[in-house]
Design a protein around this ligand. Sequence first.
Ligand code: FDP
Length: 343
Amino acid sequence: MDQCLTLDQHIERYAHADPLRAAVGAAVRAIAAASIDIAELIAHGDLAGRLGRACGRNADGDVQKALDLEADALVRKALASVPVALLLSEESPVPESIDGRGLIAVAVDPLDGSSNIDANMCVGTIFSILPMTADPALAFLQPGSGQLAAGFVIYGPQTSLVLTLGDGVRIFTRDPRDRTFKLARSGVRIPSRSHEFAINASNQRHWDPPIRAYIEDCLAGADGEAAANMRWIGSLVADAYRILSRGGIFLYPADGRKGYADGRLRLLYEAHPMAFIVEQAGGGATTGAARILDVAARDPHQRVPLIMGSIENVRTVERLHLDTLILAERNAPLFATRGFFRI
Ligand code: FDP
């Protein structure tokens, strides 16, 4: 591994003289530069004013925190000098035109996990880069498999950028000595099987049968399997980073609460980029019924159920969704001696 390779050097190697790749590289560099400013703002905590204070609601009704708006402004400013045709931010109601000659469309969640700001926990910035389409109205209606690049920055004990340009996953960590991102890990692989799961268990009574059944087996340790361990940070970037580091499964399913028929997470700037990264690291990402990267958006802020992580665990959840016979059998008396882990 090129231990001291900087993000800029990596992007130069990737882009060569290809204009589309150069545009992708420029957007990644701009978001990385904005993320250094965001990291420094977060590091000031309440000394920078109460970053976690509510300031209003975005077009979709989500509460906006002060840091959501500051991060949005920093990302927007950084991308202003990059050939981006369209920008979709979680904080804006509709995609905005930036550069009419731009070759790419960028979807971004400037500050993910904002309910964690006051608790001094990990938050992040997530982005997805798509090729621009001849008809601008179609740019964000492409399936996730069309992404050219995806990544997220996690603001934690270290600030790290997790990046895929479609050739595996690399992690660049910010070097505090010179404010540059340097390659810390390449060839990131998610172990194919894990005994760690992440879900907001307080929603259990609202889950559909397949999710309920899967989690019951995780807790029971069916068929001699060790009972699984639970971790829920409540910050997508942090749960995703842990899964990239040591495996596991993350579930934010659809549930019976009002407004949760498609889960909570957004397709274009949360599920698509995470799915691209996770698949590039050998994992899986599904709605339960469909591969996330095959899903195309109907509207810019569409939500989608997201189940992602270690491939064998994800496949088990998919089988539970697709095969109603498995669930029927589960309810039969014989199930006392069988579990999904053996299927
Ligand atoms: P947040 O609302 O704090 O921004 O995407 C939104 C998100 O956090 C994810 O980061 C996180 O996984 C999820 O919502 C947490 O949802 P719950 O509060 O329902 O657990």
